[in-house]
Design a protein around this ligand. Structure first.
Ligand code: R5P
Length: 300
């Protein structure tokens, strides 16, 4: 478990909590030891089932606040609802804003988050947000595989900055897939911008959810004549719905992802997990003594 790995690195224990459901499905949260006067770090990714995990986080925060915690930091390695950052069609809720508001309302004083869907989400938080990035960790893990033929691929226009960051760290050129969304579940790639023929692609993204985006990009890359050996890197591996079957049907050699979410049942997928524990432990130890976070932040 990520919280335990972080605590072990910091040389502290994990405070025990009780989370249970009443017969009518209401959540009950309780802290099992004193946190009075403590600097509390609540580690909870709000991945699927998103609402359950979000409720657990805010209930635990409320329990800590009422129990006299001096300061509460929500360590949210994956922040659910981040993709709901604006109204796309009108008459819609902006889920990212609601989730951010809930954290503050529950008594969380600041948030430590990893590779949010967009850096502009910071504006949603009425409390300090420390937004760190796992890209250097993932790039480091990928580096031994990089050759002169490697091209970094963004699977959509929104991911160009992320691809550029990988490109800088790995010193390789980038290509961009022009993705269009057909409906809520289907996407299609119109064309690839950049030189990918006979090159080995590394598709990079902030998350893999249903893998529709990665699959569409991979198919377009294969049609454009790339080498049939694709690597994927994403900070958050949700792998929901048809993700497994979509990825298994493609010549994907390896998938690098972090442990921002509990490991999915990924069958035969060649997933290599890069742990966030060292980075989160480093971030927490700096936050605890008010040291600069500059080199860990996502918007550098
Ligand atoms: C989109 O803008 C994101 O960066 C991801 O590409 C997308 O959310 C992944 O979702 P899926 O795996 O369901 O296509």
């Amino acid at each position: 478990m990520l919280a335990e790995a972080v605590a072990e690195r910091l040389g502290v224990g994990v405070c025990q909590s009780i989370l249970e459901r009443f017969p009518d499905s209401e959540l009950h949260a309780e802290i099992d030891e004193s946190v009075r006067g403590c600097d509390v770090y609540l580690v909870q990714p709000t991945g699927p089932p998103v609402d359950d995990h979000l409720m657990e986080l805010i209930f635990l925060a409320d329990a800590c606040r009422r129990a006299g915690a001096a300061r509460i930091t929500g360590v949210v390695p994956y922040f659910g609802y981040a993709r709901q950052d604006r109204r796309a069609r009108g008459r819609e809720a902006v889920g990212g804003r609601i989730a951010a508001d809930l954290l503050r309302t529950a008594g969380i004083d600041r948030v430590l988050a990893v590779d949010l869907h967009t850096v502009s989400l910071e504006g949603f938080f009425g409390i300090p947000l420390e937004h760190v990035s796992a890209v250097p960790l993932l790039a480091n893990a990928i580096e031994p595989l990089v050759t002169d033929q490697t091209v970094i691929v963004s699977p959509d226009l929104g991911g160009v900055k992320l691809a550029e960051r990988y490109g800088e760290l790995l010193r390789r050129p980038i290509a961009i897939a022009h993705k269009v969304r057909m409906n809520g579940k289907e996407v299609k790639v119109r064309n690839i911008v950049g030189d990918v023929a006979e090159r080995t692609p590394m598709i990079v993204d902030d998350m893999i959810s249903t893998a529709g985006t990665i699959a569409a990009a991979a198919k377009a890359l294969l049609e454009a004549g790339c080498v049939r050996e694709i690597t994927v890197a994403a900070t958050h591996a949700l792998l929901v719905g048809p993700a497994m079957s979509r990825l298994e049907a493609l010549p994907i050699k390896r998938i690098f992802a972090t442990d921002s979410l509990p490991p999915p049942r990924h069958g035969a997928l060649p997933i290599q997990t890069v742990s966030l524990a060292p980075m989160l432990a480093e971030a927490i130890s700096r936050l605890n003594v008010d040291q600069s976070m500059a080199d860990l932040l996502a918007h550098r």
